[in-house]
Design a protein around this ligand. Structure first.
Ligand code: SAM
Ligand code: ZN
Length: 287
């Protein structure tokens, strides 16, 4: 029986290229296929498996993706999502006859920020890329206009050159040369990263969580500078209350806390009931 493709995948197909040979992809028997018959499964959960062959070395496991989904659903990071949506609007978005604006979120996780940007940009279509199938199960359902696919940010993207209006990179690994290649002239890259005292109260209680590297800003600038110029930065800093479960999820979704177990956290009475959120969100314009 032919499997129908997720509706959000259809409008994004003109953007996609076969990861093996670069040709266009089209639907065939519930899969995507290129004219040379390279084929890519669409998982029952709605994301496309573009990353075939060698396994990626990083990506959230099931418990991390679940913790991220639950923590973000509580809305404690909503101010970050609003800032990202505002900065996305810095792009020169296409007019009515040029087709919908396109948003690609790399290391999209559960698709929380991609969904926020799609809500803010009416009619825009989105694609979330991540190595984690666990996260993509959630991302594939994050928004009616968002498709999701497995991909490793460190490989050439399966995306046609100069087709993307907004690239998002929120707490995720980066590939500046590929961001530049796939963005249209006038497109923007929005980068969110931790700053200063981000989650300081939690870091004090949970030594496995690494501190923010003070040299990170300089290295980020150095890596992006050949391809991008800074357009606008928002510093987002606030204190948010945390339930005990939210504090646990916030630790468990953090990659540096990969080896902390929920049981260890539950034994420890010291989790804070509020935490400082401090991040920088920058819109970079493509050079
Ligand atoms: C800290 S999480 C951020 C997720 C999401 N942007 C958010 O803020 O909710 C980092 C994400 O990057 C993904 N990731 C890790 N290595 C990756 C890689 N090489 N390529 C693509 N995604 C990767 C992880 O699976 C995870 O979903
Ligand atoms: Zn092919």
């Amino acid at each position: 029986m032919p499997v129908s493709l997720p509706p959000a995948l259809d409008p994004i197909l003109p953007l996609l290229r076969c990861p093996s040979c670069g040709a266009a992809l089209s639907p065939a028997d519930g899969m995507l296929r290129c004219p040379r018959r390279h084929s890519f499964d669409v998982a029952r959960h709605g994301y496309v498996g573009l990353l075939t062959g060698a396994r990626a070395t990083s990506g959230d496991d099931g418990p991390m993706a679940r913790a991220r989904r639950d923590f973000l659903a509580a809305g404690r990071y909503a101010p970050i999502r609003s800032a990202v949506a505002e900065l996305a609007a810095e792009a020169d978005l296409p007019g009515g006859l040029e087709g919908p604006a396109t948003v690609v979120d790399v290391g999209c996780g559960t698709g929380y920020y991609l969904a926020g940007v799609l809500d803010a940009l009416s009619g825009a279509i989105g694609l979330g890329l991540d190595t984690s199938a666990h996260a993509l199960r959630v991302a594939a359902k994050a928004h009616a206009r968002a498709a999701a696919a497995t991909w490793d940010v460190f490989r050439p993207f399966p995306i046609e050159s100069e087709r993307v209006d907004v690239m998002l990179d929120v707490f995720a690994p980066r590939n500046p040369a590929e961001f530049h290649r796939v963005l249209r002239p006038g497109g923007v890259l929005v980068v969110v990263r931790p700053f200063g005292g981000h989650l300081a109260e939690l870091r004090r209680e949970v030594p496995q969580m690494v501190t923010v590297d003070p040299d990170k800003e300089r290295r980020l600038h150095q890596a992006l500078d050949p391809h991008f110029e800074m357009a606008r930065t928002q510093e987002i800093e606030y204190t948010t209350p945390l339930t005990r479960q939210e504090a646990v999820d916030l630790v468990l979704m953090t990659p540096s806390a990969r080896h902390v177990t929920e049981a260890e956290l539950s034994d420890d009475g010291g989790l804070p009931d509020q935490v400082t959120v401090s991040v920088l969100a920058t819109a970079y314009r493509r050079r």
